[in-house]
Write a protein that binds this ligand. Structure first.
Ligand SMILES: NC(=O)C1=CN([C@@H]2O[C@H](COP(=O)(O)OP(=O)(O)OC[C@H]3O[C@@H](n4cnc5c(N)ncnc54)[C@H](OP(=O)(O)O)[C@@H]3O)[C@@H](O)[C@H]2O)[C@@H](O)CC1
Ligand SMILES: Nc1ncnc2c1ncn2[C@@H]1O[C@H](COP(=O)(O)OP(=O)(O)O)[C@@H](O)[C@H]1O
Length: 496
């Protein structure tokens, strides 16, 4: 599991530890870890020149001390300074070690020829926009240089809220003690590259801001049946999905639920998908009945008027009005209105929109607990600030929101709970029907008793791993992902 703490919590933990340690000890630990990574990269890449981009704060000091150590060890190092502004102790160390200090046009020339660029312009204390000459430095970084960001890529928001295309795009980032939201959240994680966390001894009493499950966490969370279990105790999942237009969604969701190990799946549909489900998934039973959780919505047509569709919609509405946990996806999202929001306020509910569906929902429902602002929300706005928009929907509805995408976010209804961020899927998973598979998989975890945030994060991880293993680096179809779930789960459980 990777946990990330907010910049405020990191500063507080740092201040607490700083009081116990000798002055400069904390930074010395950070620098030692940073030097180790840069030295390893110099030898792996056969790099000859390193240049540090030095900003005015402690982030710049880290970079400057690091090149001082490397210069002492014989590496050809330079440091770009903006009008000579930098941490005094670090500057002295750099001078004494023979680091070449450059600024202006000379800095731009040296950056353009560097093998490794160490970005220490801004760290945790950075505000939007690069200071002084730093924007020119960043533009001068050659494509073939290996860029190592100190703590975080300069220009990117430490809380992960905003991506700056003109900021640093790192090949790797060396951070201290713990990850920060910038490293785990879209849209900023794309600027971080590979992450190394150097332990400098900070401890935290607060909850992390962001959590990412790793493969080794699956065995702790996955509902593995024991000898006393039967099909009912494992959890029965009701699936209200598929209509005459999108009949395949029902097959995909039900198949995924059965493959994920639901004790039983009860399917409620209209004639065409019902026939398909009967043929494709003999394990499923048909019609309404007692369940431990519901999936409502894949392929569901809330505007259909045929008698069978009206009956199916009545079951969907009963599920939303009932007390069992509900996952609401696709067409089912159209059924979420103020009445449903009021009825489900205290009940486990997971909404699973993609960016376009989230934009539509926020446009229709408005944001804030009482829908104070009701404005048109564009898909592009959700993509630019996914966490903010997912949180707005979670606040508006009191429900947990799973926002699908290359990184899947799970924002719990409780604003104090960490955001979950899973980036396990190959881009090949961007294919029709993949979301229907996710709904069946996560629904099974809800029926087994997991809470919506755990079910969403764990389901997203397994979904991604199944796609990765089935596709083996090539294209993957949604049905194959569903069929790949058992092997993915077995593979992940075997790691324990
Ligand atoms: N916390 C930890 O655990 C540890 C932290 N460590 C390191 O310390 C780093 C944090 O250091 P930091 O607090 O000095 O902040 P940092 O990002 O260097 O910049 C602040 C300076 O930049 C300026 N400034 C900011 N934005 C600007 C802008 N857009 N345009 C112009 N100016 C701007 C800002 O100016 P001011 O706000 O005063 O106007 C201030 O002068 C952290 O990332 C890590 O590398 C480790 O050494 C040890 C363990
Ligand atoms: N670029 C991507 N990389 C990895 N996974 C992706 C990417 N784009 C989408 N996905 C995943 O694929 C699935 C698509 O779901 P969705 O948009 O609901 O499709 P559908 O409605 O056709 O089933 C989601 O689980 C999403 O997280």
């Amino acid at each position: 599991m990777i946990e990330a703490w907010s910049p405020q919590d990191v500063y507080a933990a740092e201040a607490a530890l700083d009081e116990e340690l000798a002055s400069g000890e904390l930074m010395a630990r950070a620098v030692e870890g940073l030097v180790e990574v840069v030295a390893a990269r110099i030898s792996q890449l056969d790099a000859e020149t390193v240049i540090a981009l030095v900003g005015p704060g402690n982030n710049g000091a880290d970079a400057l001390y690091a090149v001082a150590h490397l210069a002492e060890a014989g590496v050809a190092c330079a440091a770009a300074l903006d009008r000579g502004r930098a941490h005094e102790g670090a500057l002295e160390a750099a001078r004494a070690a023979g680091v070449v200090l450059v600024s202006g046009a000379e800095a731009i020339e040296d950056i353009a020829e560097a093998d490794i660029v160490l970005d220490g312009v801004l760290g945790l204390g950075g505000r939007p926009g690069l200071p002084g000459e730093a924007a020119d430095w960043v533009r001068a970084i050659p494509d073939d240089a290996h860029v190592i960001a100190v703590d975080l890529p300069s220009g990117q928001a430490a809380d992960g809220s905003a991506f700056d295309p003109d900021g640093v795009l790192a090949d790797e980032t060396v951070t201290f003690s713990v990850a920060k939201p910038v490293h785990l959240l879209p849209p900023t994680e794309q600027a971080c590259g590979t992450l190394t966390v150097v332990d400098i001894g900070l401890t935290f009493e607060t909850e992390p801001a962001v959590v990412r499950l790793g493969h080794d966490d699956v065995a702790d969370l996955w509902p593995v049946p024991g000898p006393d279990d039967d099909k009912y105790s494992r959890g029965v999942l009701g699936v209200v999905a598929g209509g005459e237009d999108y009949s395949g969604a029902a097959v995909l969701a039900v198949t995924a639920a059965v493959e994920a190990g639901a004790g039983m799946v009860r399917y409620v549909g209209t004639p065409t998908p019902e026939g398909l489900v009967r043929a494709a998934v003999p394990e499923a039973v048909h019609g309404e009945g007692r369940v431990q959780a519901w999936v409502v919505g894949p392929g569901l047509d809330v505007r259909a008027s045929r008698r069978e569709a009206v009956a199916q919609l009545a079951v969907a509405r009963r599920a939303l009005a009932g007390e069992e946990p509900v996952l609401v996806d696709a067409g089912g999202l159209d059924l979420v209105d103020d009445e449903v929001i009021e009825a489900r306020r205290e009940l486990p509910t997971l909404l699973t929109p993609h960016a376009g569906e989230l934009a539509r929902l926020l446009t229709r429902l408005g944001s804030g607990p009482r829908a104070r602002s009701r404005t048109e929300v564009e898909r592009s706005a959700v993509e630019a600030e996914p966490v903010r928009h997912a949180r707005a929907l979670a606040e508006r509805t009191g429900m947990t929101v799973l926002l699908k995408g290359s990184t899947t976010l799970v924002v719990p209804a409780d604003p104090g709970s960490p955001v979950r961020s899973q980036a396990d899927a190959p881009a090949w998973l961007a294919t029709a029907g993949a979301g229907d598979v996710l709904s069946g998989l996560v629904g099974t975890l809800l029926a087994a008793g997991l809470d919506p945030a755990d079910a969403g994060a764990l389901g997203a991880l397994v979904h991604g791993v199944a796609a990765d293993r089935v596709g083996a680096g090539g294209p993957v179809r949604a049905l194959a992902v569903a069929h790949g779930i058992p092997h993915a789960v077995a593979h992940l459980l075997a790691r324990h």
